[in-house]
Design a protein around this ligand. Sequence first.
Ligand code: ZN
Length: 274
Amino acid sequence: MPELPEVETVARDLRAAVVGRRFAAVDLMRDDVVRLPDAAMFRAVLTGQSVVSVDRRGKFILLGLDGGDELMVHLGMTGHLVVCDPATPPVKHTHLRASLDDGRELRFDDTRRFGRIAYGSRALLEETRVLPPLGLEPLSEEFSLAEFERLLRRTTRSVKAALLDQARVAGLGNIYIDEACFAARVRPTKRCHRLTRAERQRLHEAIQTVLRAAIVNRGSSVDTYRDVWNATGRNQDVLQVYGRGGMPCFRCSTTLRRTVEAGRTTVYCPSCQR
Ligand SMILES: [Zn+2]
């Protein structure tokens, strides 16, 4: 599932590709991929509008339009936003094709259909919870050590569960939580209120380091993730623990343990992470 680094990569590429472009025509192959408003209205209101900005909030992409509203996209598990030549044969499960005024097309495909698209003012998207309440952006100024400590100290949940909660810290998922915990030498199953100050500090640092490095590497293509140009990222080659359960720890050679925490497969080193 695309997490912050993958979504940030898509948002940055989209910004370069579509800001200033106008939607000349909007075609939906599947109406139910649009959560707001209904599909007919969606086609009508989006057509003719120009993109003025592209932002990311958590795992959500928000295209600002010249009319003041926004086009929201969540990639879900398997969603792709692709900018391509209209002659490119559409892949199976292409749900949206929007023609741009430069002759290219913006497409959205999603095999498993956990992704979603919506259109409206930011206020409406938030009010309808199509854009749910989101917590701190881990790569922003607001993600201070003091704020992070405050969030962790008031919960007895595990580190994994707390960091999966998008209302607490936005954008983290299975890959980068396991990677940050490994980098911080913190066991993801540990209860937040039992973390030492030094552990909270290391985790705060590691989250940012791991995310920044993954953005530089254009994301992790561990399953179906592809960027706007349909290319894979490179960060899967440097993952330390994610997907490596049963294999030796790169740091100490102990066999990495795989468990389920907060309903998600979780991998850690029982010797490096306490
Ligand atoms: Zn180890």
